[in-house]
Ligand binder design. Structure first.
Ligand SMILES: N[C@@H](CCC(=O)N[C@@H](CSCc1ccccc1I)C(=O)NCC(=O)O)C(=O)O
Length: 222
């Protein structure tokens, strides 16, 4: 037993990627157990470790945690990335939930039929530039700190950086109208633990491709 958290999921972003980001930002090394076939998933289910017969599952502090948000909340609390008090935690929850709504669109994009993809991409760009990014541009301008909440790194900063990079993979110029977010991206990308995660060879997973889509479809009933 290494003592490190152990992540069970497919070798791809999916629902586990925000967990990888948060652990990496916290400077926590982790192990990965990749589910590669439907049979492996069924074996895990039979083994009784998956509370709702689903992954992600993270083994941490003697627990076999499931449910992505529950896992993220536990990690944020454990590694002091969840604010200094209830009100800061409330802000972090609001920001993270909003960003998660945007990330859900991105997470499901690869599975849309080809004819729907142009419309879905336009919708991602529309929501990013008209609903979500303007909110964080204003917060950063008004807050006058490097971080979204308080004056230190939190889960919200990590989730926003992940979302900025994910949208830029589809819409490279998406930050052209958001100078505060451009500065935020540069500063957050240079936080040592995040900078290390952004280096090639880290546990960060690549953008979804057709192999990833085939893998997910072969294992899960999407
Ligand atoms: N509420 C749960 C949902 C977990 C979930 O849907 N897990 C899927 C794998 S992620 C699937 C996935 C992978 C990539 C992109 C989108 C999606 I959805 C699963 O185990 N399905 C098996 C089953 O439900 O029987 C969470 O947040 O963790």
């Amino acid at each position: 037993m290494s003592g490190k958290p152990r992540l069970t999921y497919i070798n791809g972003r999916g629902r586990m990627e925000p967990i990888r980001w948060l652990l990496a930002a916290a400077g926590v090394e982790f192990e990965e157990n990749f589910v590669e076939t439907k049979e492996q998933l069924e074996k895990l289910i039979k083994g009784g470790d998956l509370l709702f017969q689903q992954v992600p599952m993270v083994e941490i502090d003697g627990m076999k945690m499931v449910q992505t948000r529950a896992i993220l909340c536990y990690i944020a609390g454990k590694y002091n990335l969840y604010g200094k008090d209830l009100k800061e935690r409330a802000l972090i929850d609001m920001y993270v939930e909003g960003i998660t709504d945007l990330m859900q669109m991105i997470m499901m994009f690869p599975f849309a039929p080809a004819e729907a993809k142009p419309k879905n991409l336009a919708s991602i760009e529309e929501k990013a530039t008209k609903r979500y990014f303007p909110v964080f541009e204003k917060i950063l301008k008004q807050h006058g700190q490097d971080f979204l909440v308080g004056n230190r790194l939190s889960w919200a900063d990590v989730q926003l950086l992940e979302a900025i990079l994910a949208v830029e993979e589809k819409v490279p110029a998406v930050l052209s109208g958001f100078p505060q977010l451009q500065a935020f991206k540069t500063k957050m990308s240079n936080v040592p633990t995040i900078k290390k995660f952004l280096q090639p060879g880290s546990a960060r997973k690549p953008p979804p491709d057709e192999n990833y889509v085939a893998l997910v479809m072969s294992i899960f009933n999407l």
